[in-house]
Design a protein around this ligand. Structure first.
Ligand code: R5P
Length: 227
Protein backbone atom coordinates (compact mmCIF):
# COMPACT_ATOMS: atom_id res chain seq x y z
CA UNK A 1 0.00 0.00 0.00
CA UNK A 2 2.74 2.45 1.02
CA UNK A 3 4.67 1.36 -2.06
CA UNK A 4 1.65 2.25 -4.15
CA UNK A 5 1.52 5.82 -2.86
CA UNK A 6 5.26 6.26 -3.39
CA UNK A 7 4.88 5.03 -6.98
CA UNK A 8 2.17 7.64 -7.59
CA UNK A 9 4.30 10.40 -6.09
CA UNK A 10 7.23 9.28 -8.21
CA UNK A 11 5.16 9.40 -11.40
CA UNK A 12 3.96 12.95 -10.66
CA UNK A 13 7.43 14.14 -9.62
CA UNK A 14 9.17 12.72 -12.67
CA UNK A 15 6.52 14.06 -15.07
CA UNK A 16 7.04 17.61 -13.78
CA UNK A 17 10.68 17.54 -14.89
CA UNK A 18 9.48 17.43 -18.51
CA UNK A 19 8.41 21.06 -18.09
CA UNK A 20 11.90 22.21 -17.13
CA UNK A 21 13.83 23.78 -19.99
CA UNK A 22 17.48 24.60 -20.54
CA UNK A 23 18.58 27.81 -18.82
CA UNK A 24 15.70 27.95 -16.35
CA UNK A 25 15.97 28.89 -12.70
CA UNK A 26 13.65 26.56 -10.78
CA UNK A 27 12.04 26.90 -7.37
CA UNK A 28 12.43 23.54 -5.67
CA UNK A 29 9.56 22.84 -3.28
CA UNK A 30 9.65 20.47 -0.33
CA UNK A 31 8.33 17.07 0.66
CA UNK A 32 8.39 13.46 -0.41
CA UNK A 33 6.87 14.05 -3.88
CA UNK A 34 9.40 16.77 -4.61
CA UNK A 35 12.11 14.27 -3.69
CA UNK A 36 11.31 12.29 -6.86
CA UNK A 37 11.30 15.44 -8.96
CA UNK A 38 14.77 16.45 -7.71
CA UNK A 39 16.13 12.93 -8.22
CA UNK A 40 14.92 12.89 -11.84
CA UNK A 41 16.15 16.45 -12.39
CA UNK A 42 19.60 15.32 -11.27
CA UNK A 43 19.53 12.62 -13.97
CA UNK A 44 18.56 15.16 -16.64
CA UNK A 45 21.38 17.44 -15.49
CA UNK A 46 23.85 14.58 -15.89
CA UNK A 47 22.55 14.23 -19.45
CA UNK A 48 23.35 17.90 -20.14
CA UNK A 49 20.36 19.98 -18.99
CA UNK A 50 21.57 23.31 -17.60
CA UNK A 51 19.43 24.74 -14.81
CA UNK A 52 19.77 26.30 -11.38
CA UNK A 53 17.58 25.63 -8.38
CA UNK A 54 16.42 27.64 -5.39
CA UNK A 55 15.57 25.27 -2.51
CA UNK A 56 12.62 25.97 -0.22
CA UNK A 57 13.92 23.99 2.76
CA UNK A 58 17.14 22.69 4.23
CA UNK A 59 16.08 19.14 3.40
CA UNK A 60 15.45 20.05 -0.24
CA UNK A 61 18.84 21.76 -0.32
CA UNK A 62 20.47 18.52 0.90
CA UNK A 63 18.65 16.45 -1.76
CA UNK A 64 19.64 18.90 -4.49
CA UNK A 65 23.29 18.60 -3.46
CA UNK A 66 22.98 14.80 -3.31
CA UNK A 67 21.58 14.61 -6.86
CA UNK A 68 23.86 17.25 -8.36
CA UNK A 69 21.37 20.07 -8.92
CA UNK A 70 23.28 23.40 -8.99
CA UNK A 71 21.88 25.89 -6.49
CA UNK A 72 21.68 29.65 -6.40
CA UNK A 73 20.87 31.87 -3.41
CA UNK A 74 17.30 33.12 -3.39
CA UNK A 75 18.61 36.63 -2.68
CA UNK A 76 20.49 36.56 -6.00
CA UNK A 77 17.46 36.01 -8.22
CA UNK A 78 14.47 38.30 -8.60
CA UNK A 79 12.34 36.02 -10.69
CA UNK A 80 12.20 32.25 -11.07
CA UNK A 81 11.00 30.70 -14.33
CA UNK A 82 9.09 27.95 -12.61
CA UNK A 83 8.47 26.49 -9.16
CA UNK A 84 7.52 22.85 -8.59
CA UNK A 85 6.10 21.83 -5.24
CA UNK A 86 3.91 19.25 -3.49
CA UNK A 87 0.71 19.86 -1.53
CA UNK A 88 -1.35 18.32 1.24
CA UNK A 89 -4.71 19.15 -0.33
CA UNK A 90 -5.75 20.44 -3.76
CA UNK A 91 -9.34 21.50 -4.46
CA UNK A 92 -11.01 21.74 -7.90
CA UNK A 93 -10.06 25.45 -8.14
CA UNK A 94 -6.39 24.62 -7.48
CA UNK A 95 -6.54 26.14 -4.00
CA UNK A 96 -4.09 24.36 -1.73
CA UNK A 97 -3.22 23.46 1.82
CA UNK A 98 0.54 23.09 2.28
CA UNK A 99 2.92 22.89 5.20
CA UNK A 100 2.52 19.28 6.30
CA UNK A 101 6.31 19.15 6.43
CA UNK A 102 6.58 22.59 8.02
CA UNK A 103 8.15 24.35 5.02
CA UNK A 104 5.25 26.58 4.06
CA UNK A 105 6.88 29.98 4.56
CA UNK A 106 9.91 29.43 2.34
CA UNK A 107 7.76 27.52 -0.13
CA UNK A 108 5.41 30.47 -0.42
CA UNK A 109 8.25 32.95 -0.84
CA UNK A 110 9.75 30.81 -3.60
CA UNK A 111 6.39 30.18 -5.32
CA UNK A 112 5.61 33.90 -5.17
CA UNK A 113 8.80 34.71 -7.07
CA UNK A 114 8.04 32.18 -9.80
CA UNK A 115 6.32 32.92 -13.10
CA UNK A 116 4.54 29.57 -12.91
CA UNK A 117 3.77 27.03 -10.21
CA UNK A 118 3.34 23.34 -10.92
CA UNK A 119 1.92 21.24 -8.09
CA UNK A 120 2.74 17.54 -7.94
CA UNK A 121 0.59 15.19 -5.85
CA UNK A 122 -0.63 11.63 -5.62
CA UNK A 123 -4.37 11.26 -6.11
CA UNK A 124 -5.13 11.07 -2.37
CA UNK A 125 -4.45 14.83 -2.14
CA UNK A 126 -7.40 15.78 -4.37
CA UNK A 127 -10.38 17.01 -2.34
CA UNK A 128 -13.70 18.65 -3.12
CA UNK A 129 -13.32 21.08 -0.19
CA UNK A 130 -10.24 22.10 1.77
CA UNK A 131 -10.03 21.39 5.47
CA UNK A 132 -9.84 17.68 6.21
CA UNK A 133 -6.09 18.17 6.48
CA UNK A 134 -5.32 20.40 9.49
CA UNK A 135 -4.24 23.84 8.31
CA UNK A 136 -0.60 24.52 9.25
CA UNK A 137 0.00 28.05 10.53
CA UNK A 138 3.54 29.28 11.21
CA UNK A 139 3.78 31.47 14.30
CA UNK A 140 6.57 33.21 16.22
CA UNK A 141 7.75 31.44 19.35
CA UNK A 142 7.41 34.43 21.67
CA UNK A 143 4.04 34.21 23.44
CA UNK A 144 3.02 31.18 21.37
CA UNK A 145 0.49 30.02 24.00
CA UNK A 146 -1.41 33.29 23.59
CA UNK A 147 -1.37 33.00 19.81
CA UNK A 148 -2.72 29.44 20.04
CA UNK A 149 -5.53 30.64 22.31
CA UNK A 150 -6.42 33.34 19.80
CA UNK A 151 -6.35 30.84 16.95
CA UNK A 152 -9.03 28.81 18.72
CA UNK A 153 -11.46 31.72 18.20
CA UNK A 154 -11.29 31.03 14.44
CA UNK A 155 -13.53 27.99 14.81
CA UNK A 156 -10.75 25.42 14.85
CA UNK A 157 -8.90 23.27 17.30
CA UNK A 158 -5.30 24.55 17.18
CA UNK A 159 -2.52 22.17 18.23
CA UNK A 160 1.15 23.02 18.54
CA UNK A 161 3.10 20.65 16.28
CA UNK A 162 5.58 18.45 18.13
CA UNK A 163 8.31 16.05 17.07
CA UNK A 164 8.35 12.32 17.85
CA UNK A 165 10.28 13.17 21.03
CA UNK A 166 7.49 15.44 22.18
CA UNK A 167 9.53 18.61 21.61
CA UNK A 168 7.98 21.57 19.79
CA UNK A 169 8.65 21.32 16.05
CA UNK A 170 10.85 24.24 14.94
CA UNK A 171 10.78 25.43 11.33
CA UNK A 172 13.79 26.38 9.19
CA UNK A 173 12.92 29.97 10.15
CA UNK A 174 13.06 29.24 13.87
CA UNK A 175 9.30 29.47 14.32
CA UNK A 176 6.62 27.07 15.53
CA UNK A 177 3.81 25.42 13.56
CA UNK A 178 0.25 25.22 14.84
CA UNK A 179 -1.99 22.67 13.12
CA UNK A 180 -5.52 24.04 13.01
CA UNK A 181 -8.23 21.38 12.82
CA UNK A 182 -11.31 22.77 11.07
CA UNK A 183 -14.47 20.82 10.20
CA UNK A 184 -14.21 22.38 6.75
CA UNK A 185 -12.73 25.55 5.29
CA UNK A 186 -15.60 27.23 3.48
CA UNK A 187 -14.01 30.61 2.70
CA UNK A 188 -10.27 30.09 2.34
CA UNK A 189 -9.47 33.62 1.12
CA UNK A 190 -11.24 35.32 4.03
CA UNK A 191 -9.72 32.88 6.50
CA UNK A 192 -6.21 33.48 5.17
CA UNK A 193 -6.68 37.25 5.31
CA UNK A 194 -7.98 37.18 8.87
CA UNK A 195 -5.29 34.83 10.11
CA UNK A 196 -2.62 37.08 8.63
CA UNK A 197 -3.96 39.96 10.71
CA UNK A 198 -3.44 38.04 13.94
CA UNK A 199 -0.30 39.22 15.71
CA UNK A 200 2.11 36.34 16.09
CA UNK A 201 1.06 34.61 12.88
CA UNK A 202 3.83 34.61 10.28
CA UNK A 203 2.12 32.74 7.42
CA UNK A 204 -0.64 30.25 6.71
CA UNK A 205 -0.52 27.05 4.69
CA UNK A 206 -3.31 28.29 2.38
CA UNK A 207 -1.78 28.74 -1.08
CA UNK A 208 -4.48 30.53 -3.03
CA UNK A 209 -4.77 31.64 -6.64
CA UNK A 210 -1.22 30.87 -7.62
CA UNK A 211 -1.18 27.36 -9.13
CA UNK A 212 -1.05 26.99 -12.93
CA UNK A 213 -0.86 23.24 -13.32
CA UNK A 214 -1.48 20.18 -11.15
CA UNK A 215 0.12 16.85 -11.98
CA UNK A 216 -1.70 13.99 -10.27
CA UNK A 217 0.03 10.62 -9.95
CA UNK A 218 -2.29 7.62 -10.27
CA UNK A 219 -1.78 3.91 -10.57
CA UNK A 220 -2.30 3.97 -14.33
CA UNK A 221 -0.21 7.10 -14.98
CA UNK A 222 -0.58 10.84 -14.48
CA UNK A 223 -3.35 13.37 -15.03
CA UNK A 224 -2.28 16.85 -16.02
CA UNK A 225 -4.81 19.44 -14.92
CA UNK A 226 -4.68 23.00 -16.17
CA UNK A 227 -6.78 26.07 -15.60
O1 R5P B 1 5.79 21.64 4.26
C1 R5P B 1 5.68 20.77 3.40
C2 R5P B 1 5.15 20.98 2.06
O2 R5P B 1 4.13 21.90 1.96
C3 R5P B 1 4.92 19.71 1.24
O3 R5P B 1 5.01 20.11 -0.10
C4 R5P B 1 3.57 19.06 1.49
O4 R5P B 1 3.44 18.76 2.85
C5 R5P B 1 3.41 17.77 0.65
O5 R5P B 1 4.38 16.86 1.03
P1 R5P B 1 4.43 15.37 0.48
O6 R5P B 1 4.76 15.44 -0.97
O7 R5P B 1 5.52 14.72 1.29
O8 R5P B 1 3.10 14.75 0.75
Amino acid sequence: MIYDVEEKKKKAGEKAVEYIEDGMTIGLGSGSTVYWMIKRLGERIKQGLEVKGVPSSLRTEAWAREFGVPLVYFSEVNRLDLAIDGADEVDPDFQLIKGGGGSLLREKLVADAAKKLIIIVDESKQVQKLGSFPLPVEIVRFGWENTVRKLSTFGCNPTLRTTEDGEAFVTNNDNYIVDCFFDAITEPEALHRELKLLLGVVETGLFLNRTNKVIVGRKRGVDILER
